[in-house]
Write a protein that binds this ligand. Sequence first.
Ligand code: NAP
Length: 324
Amino acid sequence: MRQVIIIGSGPAGYTAAIYAARANLAPLVIASSVEAGGELMNTTEVENFPGFPEGVMGPELMEKMQAQAERFGAEVLYDDVVSLDVDGPVKRVALGSGATHEAATIIYATGSAPRKLGLAGEARLSGHGVSYCATCDGFFFRDRVIAVVGGGDSAIEEATFLTKFASKVYLIHRRDQLRASKIMQQRAFTNEKIEPVWNSEVADILGDDAVTGVVLRSTVDGSTRELPLEGLFVAIGNDPRTHLVHGVLELTPEGTVRVDGRSSRTSVPGVFAAGDVVDPTYRQAVTAAGSGTVAALDVEHYLAAQADAVSTDELETVAGASGA
Ligand code: NAP
């Protein structure tokens, strides 16, 4: 049986793995078969991770974190967790490959997934003009007119990146002010390929086999109009990935895993959670990394307390047997 299994391989998972490995806990990281490295694998340049004054590409940052965890003895498995059994002192993690791994503790660091608009045409045209990842799909939109939906840092980052390929990028936002940080806003407003479309939401996505346009609805007066385009990138935030722990761990009203105060302790003893899956507010690579640190330290303390309890029991048994 392992001391700790870490589910997730974003900044929270790998930072937890670095700390757990350096504490000689020989962590097993379940990194996912298709989404290893987490959301930063879909990001371009990360400019705000301390220690990289010139910036660092998201995938490169994740490779470095993995290498650092492996250097201290973490083992990484590219597989998907299909179910969790966390009742009792031995936790069981069943994988898509059919294997089951056991551990005394689990760190749940599954991050978050891109939010959907929830429109009828969205699923049908996903991969046919509708995308959630500019770095993955931007290349296909060379000299095309496209749009990004959203007003946060992700939307601006995607829109700015997409101007490398597209001839024009509409930025469709439901209000008349962006949520994105000032430096990102400045970057978008000075880019002549980006045209903001304020106070508008996407009411429908048009096209049979490929996106041909969208229907925009004004959030001011409800009027609608069509905007022809060939690609729609949705960047309206992320939702915590909690599908494996519904009915298993307590969740908050925001849908994140509930943890005890500033710790990573969940509602189940021996199960800890870290990163975007517990954070409805900050969701930065660096805060996720910090949260992974907390989880690894909490695991260390938990295991030490368990070991102490076992030794005390043994002492009492020995004392009882010798009649002391
Ligand atoms: P976010 O900050 O939550 O922004 C989501 C945006 O989408 C908001 O502008 C929101 O509009 C809009 N939106 C949400 N639901 C919508 C819907 N159903 N229809 C239309 N619009 C909708 O999410 P994010 O941009 O993904 O950023 C998440 C976190 O990651 C943030 O903390 C951000 O700072 C961070 N991040 C940082 C960087 C960076 O620093 N380089 C890059 C990417 C992300 P309202 O504004 O009206 O609510």
